[in-house]
Design a protein around this ligand. Structure first.
Ligand code: F1P
Length: 331
């Protein structure tokens, strides 16, 4: 993460050379799997920080339904995200964008030699967070931070100190909070995980569910926090663990979600930056960090939860059946 912070100015200069701020009116982030979740996170951050329309799409949406998303008159900046830079859908979607509209395409990968890098107008290889694992973990955090830093740079670069704080807080949390997370992971009475998050935390909830499934083959669901009360809460039972990432704006409402879960004896863990008035267990961290950056801080907790769950149920967290490191159609 320190390297990502160090590279931020030169990466921004390269992106701004093809996409100066006055040239685009919207940002479209695309990717698959964890990279799509990074896209969801980035879209929220860029929308809030830059006051532009920003959206995330699975790469396959652009590939198969381009007319719904790419319009001739629009001036988008397209950021295609892929850890490997080799996922077929993402590479083909980037090619499709270039064939249909005049928009700069930025390829964000961790591999300097990747196919996506060759298609993109500007390739940003985050070589510092290259990882060999099948499942995406550390590189997710690093690319999320990188996209936050790009938004910050477009906005005038006033929040760099926050990024340094996050790096410090992740190191501290890795030392202090693993035991708590591990205890939930190892509780075999809990057979279903439900992750709730909104705004900047929705992407984190989605990624948390994917990690539980990929690494530990544990059934997992995710919802925007208050949407959960519109039906999905019927899934609650004493075998369910609800992990809730409350956004500041939700504090007046979110206690209802917690109460309803506890009323049916579901277990609840709240992960947030300031304590809420609830008897549910809470992990409090990140109070010195801008809310938009907190998902970057919290990401290791959901990865540890999946890791220790895998260990508890006897599954190899980096050998998911039927999942390959790079998803291609002809392999
Ligand atoms: C996309 C992805 C990963 C996942 C696994 C399969 O890869 O879905 O998120 O962890 O490796 O592929 P990429 O486009 O980010 O390389």
């Amino acid at each position: 993460m320190r390297e990502t912070l160090r590279h931020a100015p030169s990466r921004f200069a390269r992106v701004a050379s093809v996409a100066p701020v006055e040239r685009f009116t919207e940002a479209i982030f695309i990717g698959c799997g964890s990279s799509y979740h990074i896209a969801l996170y980035a879209a929220h951050v860029w929308g809030v920080r830059l006051g532009i329309r920003a959206r995330a799409l699975p790469a396959s949406e652009i590939l198969n339904f381009p007319k719904a998303h790419l319009h001739a008159g629009a001036r988008p900046l397209v950021i295609a995200i892929s850890r490997s830079g080799g996922t077929d859908e993402t590479v083909l979607a980037a090619e499709k964008v270039k064939a249909i509209i005049e928009a700069p395409v930025i390829g964000l990968t961790t591999d300097p030699e990747s196919p996506l890098g060759r298609v993109a107008d500007v390739h940003l290889p985050f070589s510092e967070c290259r990882e060999q694992s099948v499942v995406t973990t550390g590189s997710l955090t690093c690319m999320m931070l990188g996209l936050w830093l790009l938004a910050d740079a477009y906005g005038g670069g006033r929040s760099q100190a926050d990024a340094a704080t996050v790096i410090h807080d992740v190191a501290r949390s890795l030392r202090e909070n693993e035991r708590t997370v591990r205890a939930y992971a190892e509780d075999r009475a809990l057979t279903r995980f439900i992750f709730l998050g909104s705004g900047p935390f929705y992407a984190l909830a989605a990624e948390a569910a994917l990690k539980a499934i990929e690494m530990a083959l544990t059934p997992a669901h995710y919802y925007p926090t208050l949407e959960f009360r519109h039906g999905p809460h019927l899934l609650l039972s004493p075998e369910a663990l609800v992990v809730l990432f409350p956004a500041e704006a939700e504090h007046p409402y979110v206690h209802r979600v917690i109460e309803e879960a506890r009323a049916v004896e579901a277990r609840v863990l709240v992960i947030g930056a300031r304590a809420m008035e609830t008897s549910a267990p809470q992990l409090i961290l990140g109070d010195r960090v801008d809310e938009l950056l907190r998902p970057v801080l919290f990401a290791h907790l959901i990865q540890q939860l999946a890791f220790w769950r895998a260990a508890a149920v006897g599954v190899n967290p980096d050998a998911p059946p039927r999942l390959t490191r790079v998803v291609r159609w002809n392999e």
